[in-house]
Design a protein around this ligand. Structure first.
Ligand code: TXA
Ligand code: MG
Length: 342
C-alpha cells in the first residue's frame, strides 16, 4: 500500500492527487479523507472496481454504497428525479455531511446499489476528496474505509490498521473533522425520512424544509431498517460495551462490581467527568459542553480500547439533541443496545 503523508498544503499536492485519481481510473481502490470519516473510493461505474471495495472491507454484498460527487451536475447524471426540497437542502448543505437517497438512473455498477432502484449520493466537504473526485471525472463509490464491523476510521492510521495489504493506497489528510458519518436521508417520498442520523441534524433539516421523519427502526425495536447497512452490528470494539445511565455513584458501583470479578474495566468518559472514575482505563472522547467534540473523538476512543485490552467498557450516556442523536445511535450499536439504568 502506498501512503501519501499529511497533505496539509493542497497546492503542493497536485502530483499525489493525480496519482490517486489515476489509480481510481485504473479501477483500483484508494482511501481518502472526507469531513466525516475516511472513505474507500472506487469507480462507481465499474463492477470490477466496486467489487474490490466489498472484498477489501469484507462487506456483505446486500449493503449498498454512497456515490461521491464533486459537482452538482454529476447529481443529475446519477439521479432520475430530484425533488424541490432536495434542491433547497443542497444549496445550503452541500458540500457537507448529508447523503440523499434518490431514484437512480442507469449507468452505475449494479453492485453500488446492491440491486435497489435507488442510489445514495453525497458531495463531501473536504478539499482533498473533492480534488480527487474532480480529477477522476467519475462518480466515486466510497463506504467508510474500515473493515466491516469495526469503527469507522477518523485517521489514516485507522485505515492502515484495517486495510494494509488489501487496497492500492491511502491519502493521509490528518484527522477528519465531523467524526461520525453523514446523515442518510431517504428522499423518495413527499416527506423525507432519516435512515441514519449523522453530521447534519434533524433540527437543521427541519429548519430548512419543515417536517422530516425518522425511520421507525431507529426509534423502536422490531422494525426492519430501510437502510440495509443499519441492520448490521457496527462500530464495535473487541470488548463488550455497556451504556450506563444514572448518577456518578451508580456508575462507580457498576465499575466496582466488574472489577471485583477480576475484570479490567474501561470507561468511555467526557472531559467533565473523567476524573471521577476509578477504573483501569479511562478514555476521554470529548466535552459534554460541545457534543461536536464527542462525535469527533468517539471512533478513535473505541479503537483505543482495543489497544488497551480491557475486558469490558462502560460508557457515559448522552442526550439525543443535535449531533447527540448520531452519537447515541453509534454508541447503542456499539453496545448491541445494552444499557444499564440506575
Ligand atoms: O460520511 C459518510 O457517509 C461516509 C464517508 C466516507 O462519505 N461513508 C459511509 O458509507 O458512511 P458507508 O458505506 O459506511 O455507509 C453507507 C450507508 C449504509 O448504511 C447503507 O446501507 C446506506 O448508506 N445506503 C447506501 N445506499 C442506500 C440506498 N440506496 N438506500 C438506502 N440506504 C443506502
Ligand atoms: Mg461504514
Amino acid at each position: 500500500v502506498w501512503i501519501v503523508d499529511n497533505l496539509k498544503d493542497l497546492s503542493l499536492s497536485y502530483p499525489q492527487i493525480a496519482q490517486a485519481a489515476a489509480k481510481l481510473r485504473e479501477n483500483e481502490v484508494v482511501a481518502f479523507p472526507t469531513e466525516t470519516v475516511y472513505g474507500l473510493g472506487a469507480n462507481a461505474k465499474s463492477d470490477l472496481a466496486v467489487g474490490k471495495i466489498y472484498e477489501a472491507k469484507g462487506r456483505p454484498s446486500d449493503n449498498p454504497l454512497i456515490v461521491h460527487i464533486a459537482t452538482k451536475e454529476q447529481l443529475h447524471e446519477i439521479a432520475a428525479e430530484v425533488p424541490v426540497y432536495v434542491e433547497k437542502l443542497i444549496d445550503v448543505l452541500w458540500p457537507g455531511p448529508i447523503t440523499f437517497v434518490l431514484p437512480k438512473k442507469p449507468g452505475l455498477s449494479d453492485r453500488v446499489t446492491a440491486g435497489l432502484d435507488t442510489v445514495a449520493v453525497r458531495m463531501p466537504d473536504h478539499p482533498l476528496a473533492l480534488a480527487i473526485i474532480k480529477e477522476t471525472d467519475l462518480p466515486i463509490a466510497a463506504p467508510s474505509a474500515n473493515l466491516s464491523g469495526k469503527p469507522s476510521p477518523t485517521r489514516a492510521a485507522h485505515v492502515y490498521d484495517d486495510l494494509n495489504g488489501r487496497i492500492a493506497g491511502i491519502m493521509d489528510g490528518g484527522s477528519t473533522g465531523v467524526g461520525v458519518e453523514s446523515t442518510v436521508l431517504d428522499c423518495t417520498q413527499q416527506i423525507p425520512v432519516i435512515l441514519r442520523p449523522g453530521g447534519v441534524t434533524q433540527e437543521q433539516l427541519e429548519s430548512l424544509i419543515g417536517k422530516v421523519k425518522m425511520d421507525q427502526a431507529l426509534i423502536e425495536e422490531g422494525h426492519t431498517p430501510k437502510s440495509p447497512g443499519m441492520k448490521y452490528t457496527h462500530y464495535a470494539p473487541k470488548a463488550p460495551l455497556i451504556i450506563v445511565e444514572g448518577s456518578l455513584t451508580f456508575f462507580q458501583k457498576t465499575i466496582d462490581a466488574a472489577r471485583r470479578e477480576g475484570k479490567k474495566v474501561g470507561v468511555l468518559a467526557t472531559k467533565e467527568k473523567a476524573e471521577s472514575y476509578q477504573a483501569d482505563t479511562v478514555l476521554v472522547c470529548g466535552s459534554r459542553d460541545d457534543m461536536q467534540t464527542v462525535a469527533a473523538g468517539l471512533y478513535d476512543v473505541l479503537r483505543e480500547f482495543d489497544a488497551a485490552e480491557v475486558d469490558c467498557i462502560y460508557s457515559e450516556s448522552f442526550s439525543n439533541k443535535g449531533v447527540g442523536q448520531a452519537v447515541m445511535n453509534r454508541l447503542l450499536k456499539a453496545a448491541g443496545q445494552q444499557v444499564v439504568k440506575e
